[in-house]
Design a protein around this ligand. Structure first.
Ligand SMILES: NC(=O)c1ccc[n+]([C@@H]2O[C@H](COP(=O)([O-])OP(=O)(O)OC[C@H]3O[C@@H](n4cnc5c(N)ncnc54)[C@H](OP(=O)(O)O)[C@@H]3O)[C@@H](O)[C@H]2O)c1
Length: 375
């Protein structure tokens, strides 16, 4: 067999391609799809033998993976990153994409030539689009990013670290040189990103004005966000009223916020932009209302405001490994110090029907917390 492989294999890539068809004794399961559509219609349960370990690969077992809005958009074919269709089985030629983009895995086997990882390490995915709704994966060490080790950081915090806390961290750090006591205004204040913004801002001495959608039990949500460290909460319905304008003026005085974070789009975003000060920056990272962003020209002409987008996947693609690790280290430290709490979450059972229903619900509003699969 070894002689045969040597005859055909010219490059490490070919070697990997050949060897991956030889199975280990681990039976893996995954939620997969091969066409775009409504998640419950196109997602399928798939069991397969994990490829055998080679000298340059590792085996990981997944511990926990969340269901994020982008995962749903990706299955619907409405996300800029296209799924990676891959042959998961030695015995089956079907090309399948594994759902999910974020998750925590533990290294369970390491090839002889792998130096970057060891058995027991906790890892996250190095790139978006890897496919994290699966029990196991095999691949080169470069597919995975080692997490900094830290005390008092839960499995859920680690499984949800790369998307939401890192997005909040970058948006607070990269656009405006904020100083202690400065205000940041955001909508989607109760989203997972929004809650990370509230907590990181508080840890860095910043104040936040948080816009949330009104609801019958708004006081419960208000209290939750204030307990997390939010400075002020207002509802989207209050946003354009004279009273709210006066109230916000009484909070910020002449120091209007210079950073606005937009998760929602539509009317909420237009109204929020009006509260930014001269030369303010308005960062759009989500479009949960699915409504277009409409902005008065006066904000550009008379206030010289600028409008930007942020996408953490792109950031991760174009920044060096050391910067990514530094960010993970900073975020993990905040978690370890109790300054960035575990997100509210609900457990999703790892079975086909529950997964299908849960993914369908992945972008419905008024959710009670992040849905996380525990394997
Ligand atoms: N650009 C990036 O790098 C990046 C990174 C992370 C996340 N995101 C995006 O950020 C958004 C939030 O993600 P997440 O994981 O934080 O989500 P999440 O925890 O599920 O929260 C969703 C948020 O959207 C609000 N929402 C849902 N439907 C809405 C609607 N029809 N109109 C207005 N608001 C609505 C929810 O408010 P209610 O409670 O009132 O329903 C909640 O605040 C998503 O669009 C996601 O794709 C982008």
């Amino acid at each position: 067999m070894v002689l045969l492989l040597r005859t055909f294999v010219k490059t490490p890539r070919q070697a990997w391609t050949m060897r991956r068809f030889y199975s280990s004794d681990i039976t893996a399961s995954a939620m997969v799809y091969s066409e775009y559509g409504q998640p419950s219609q196109v997602l399928k349960w798939h069991s397969y033998r994990l490829p055998a370990l080679t000298s340059n690969t590792v085996h990981v077992k997944f511990l926990a993976s969340p269901i994020n809005p982008a995962d749903v958009n990706m299955i619907q074919g409405a996300y800029p990153i296209k799924p990676t269709y891959q042959k998961l089985d030695a015995q089956d030629d079907k090309l399948l994409a594994v759902g999910g983009n974020e998750g925590l895995a533990q290294v369970i086997a390491v090839g002889d030539h792998v130096n970057e990882l060891k058995i027991g390490d906790h890892v996250v995915m190095a790139k978006t689009g890897y496919g994290t709704w699966r029990t196991h994966a095999a691949g080169p060490a470069s597919d995975f990013q080692l997490l900094p080790s830290a005390d008092n950081v839960s499995m859920i915090q680690k499984a949800t670290i790369t998307v939401n806390p890192c997005t909040a961290y970058r948006m607070l750090k990269d656009f405006v040189n904020l100083k202690q006591g400065d205000y940041v205004i955001q909508n989607g204040g109760n989203s997972a990103v929004g809650q990370a913004v509230i907590q990181i801002a508080k840890a860095w001495g910043l104040k936040t004005i948080n816009v949330v959608r009104n609801r019958p039990d708004i006081d419960v949500l208000r209290k939750e966000l204030l307990d997390l460290g939010a400075t002020h909460i207002i509802t989207d319905e209050e946003l354009s009223s004279h009273e709210t304008r006066a109230l916000i003026k009484s909070w910020v005085g002449n120091e209007k916020p210079l950073l606005g974070l937009n998760c929602v789009g539509g009317k909420s975003a237009t109204e929020m932009a009006r509260y930014l000060g001269e030369n303010g920056k308005f960062i759009t990272y989500g479009a949960m209302s699915r409504k277009p962003l409409s902005l008065p020209a006066s904000l550009l002409i008379f206030k010289n405001m600028s409008f930007h987008g942020f996408w953490v996947s792109k950031w991760a693609d174009i920044h060096p490994q050391e910067e990514k690790y530094q960010m993970l280290q900073d975020v993990t430290d905040l978690m370890s110090q109790g300054k960035l709490a575990e997100p509210k979450w609900t457990q999703v059972k790892w079975d086909e029907e529950t997964m299908k229903q849960s993914v369908d619900q992945g972008i419905s509003g008024f959710a009670t917390g992040k849905q996380v699969v525990l394997f």
